[in-house]
Design a protein around this ligand. Structure first.
Ligand code: GLN
Length: 484
């Protein structure tokens, strides 16, 4: 069931929150061993919460997510519920507080069913850097679900939860959504509070919803969005009624296509599906317009300079003293070294070294500062495009789901997968991925269309995605998961 169906069934009294919760937990029990999508399943806690919602039905009747099961990426803090960021260094970390996004979901009646697997500290593009093993793509179990919110996307795709929260620093909500055939939105920087999100790149990070329908994403975004006194970078802009924006009417909407950017290095099936998607929007009355983003081709190197710099700083706090795992050592320095040496995995160490290097005296100007300057040029490209168009369209990922093991040995190959997603983080702009087709197969693998919008115009992205869903069937099929 979708978020909307569950919400409506519980509101009308047709279903109870406890029933829905038990069914969800049973499905997780049956399917998760194949997928490894969850690091922690919070069965007792979820059932208790669902019971409480049923008991207090009158109070929760108007709540936007009453009784809706929700999976939370394991780098988003949940009070009393283990939060690992899929790292050994936080393997036994139990946060004393909830992320604002989580407390808002729970206040709206949502039932947290568990914490989803991801790349370690949200660094990776395939879920293979997780200390707890990779997630498997429900459409082909030998393939990656994408990353870093691979557990969230795989769980939603396989029906283990109707909705999940992910985080997106460089595509980590959108790319796994694309590779798993679900809808994922990275909101505008500042739209959703980052309080309680384990920091990766603080100028890039956003929490975003993943669901099977644009409408579900709209419902959840409406709950988690808005200013928060605990995050000074959260924005005071009022939160519109996102569901009300789903009118189905896209007549006159101008969709920009950066042809020069997407002409190279895109898998032919992906190119075909995304081009066909634009035809669907055009048939509904949208106008397709060419735009030029001349600096967007530098987005990947710029992203890997800025994000590693920020990550190296953010990860300095894992010193064995204040959080999580601590190793023993002859003296303080040795304890730090042992803790970080054994607590972090290879990709996280690579990022810390890269980031420390680009920030170091003598290299700061050549790398970090230069990257920030090019970041501004990319932003100007988009600003200029948005003078002529309402959204910019391109594939979310240049390739469909790749095989586990295929890219993990070559970091550069892995980084190149992010070519279309990282610009939205560098610019702070909102972007959505919506299913737009399948490879011919076998195996049939989902393909995603990415739409990037103006600052705080998530409503436009959701309106287009919802209108597109009305004319297509790409969000309907469930993956062929063998039942046990
Ligand atoms: N692939 C990007 C990275 O590894 C994605 C990060 C993210 O969005 N969390 O940095």
């Amino acid at each position: 069931m979708t978020v909307r169906e569950i919400r409506d069934a519980i509101r009308s009294g047709e279903r109870s929150a406890a029933e829905i919760c038990r069914e969800t937990l049973a499905r997780i029990d049956a399917v998760n061993p194949l997928l490894n999508a969850f690091n922690t399943v919070a069965a007792e806690r979820a059932l208790a919460r669902a019971d409480a919602i049923d008991r207090d039905r009158d109070r929760h009747r108007g709540a936007p997510l009453a009784g809706v099961p929700m999976a939370i990426k394991d780098n988003i803090c949940t009070s009393g519920l283990r939060t690992t960021a899929s790292s050994r260094i936080l393997e036994h970390f139990v946060p004393p507080y909830d992320a604002t996004a989580v407390s808002r979901l729970e206040a709206a009646g949502a039932v947290v069913v568990g914490k989803t697997n991801c790349d370690e500290f949200a660094m990776g593009s395939s879920n293979e850097t997780s200390a707890f093993g990779p997630v498997r793509n429900p459409w082909a179990l030998d393939r990656s679900p994408g990353g870093t919110s691979g557990g969230s996307a795989a769980a939603v795709a396989a029906g283990l939860a109707p909705c999940a929260l992910g985080s997106d620093t460089g595509g980590s909500v959108r790319q796994p959504s694309s590779l798993c055939g679900v809808v994922g939105l990275k909101p505008t920087y500042g739209r959703v509070s980052r309080y309680g999100l384990i920091a990766h790149g603080s100028s890039l990070d956003q929490i975003g919803p993943i669901a099977r329908r644009a409408r579900d994403v709209a419902i959840v975004l409406g709950v988690v969005a808005g200013a928060d006194a605990c995050d000074s970078t959260s924005a005071p802009e009022p939160v519109p009624d996102y569901e009300a924006a789903l009118t189905g009417d896209v007549r006159g909407v101008r969709v920009g296509v950066p042809r020069a950017l997407v002409e190279q290095g895109v898998d032919p099936d992906v190119a075909r599906a995304t081009t066909a998607a634009l035809d669907v929007l055009q048939a509904r009355g949208a106008a397709i317009v060419d735009v030029d983003l001349p600096h967007a081709r530098y987005a990947t190197p710029v992203y890997y300079l800025v994000s590693t710099a920020e990550a190296s700083s953010n990860l300095a706090r894992y010193d064995g003293v204040r959080y999580g795992f601590r190793a023993t050592g002859a003296d303080l320095r040795a304890m730090y070294g042992q803790t970080r040496g054994r607590g972090f995995g290879a990709e996280v160490k690579r990022r810390i070294m890269l980031g420390t290097y680009v920030l170091s005296a003598g290299y700061y100007d050549a790398y970090y500062l230069k990257a920030q300057q090019v970041r501004t040029l990319i932003l100007r490209d988009y600003d200029r495009a948005f003078e002529r168009v309402d959204v910019v369209a391109m594939p979310t990922s240049p390739v469909p789901a790749f095989k586990l093991g295929e890219k993990i040995a070559d970091p550069l190959q892995m980084y190149l997968v992010d070519v279309f997603t990282v610009s939205a983080n560098l610019t702070g702009l909102p972007a959505i991925s919506v299913p737009c087709g399948f490879t011919p197969g076998p195996p049939r693998l989902p393909i995603g269309l990415q739409l990037t919008g103006r600052r705080f115009d998530e409503a436009m992205l959701l309106r287009l995605a919802d209108a597109y869903e009305r004319d297509t069937e790409w969000s309907t099929p469930l993956p062929p998961i063998p039942s046990r």
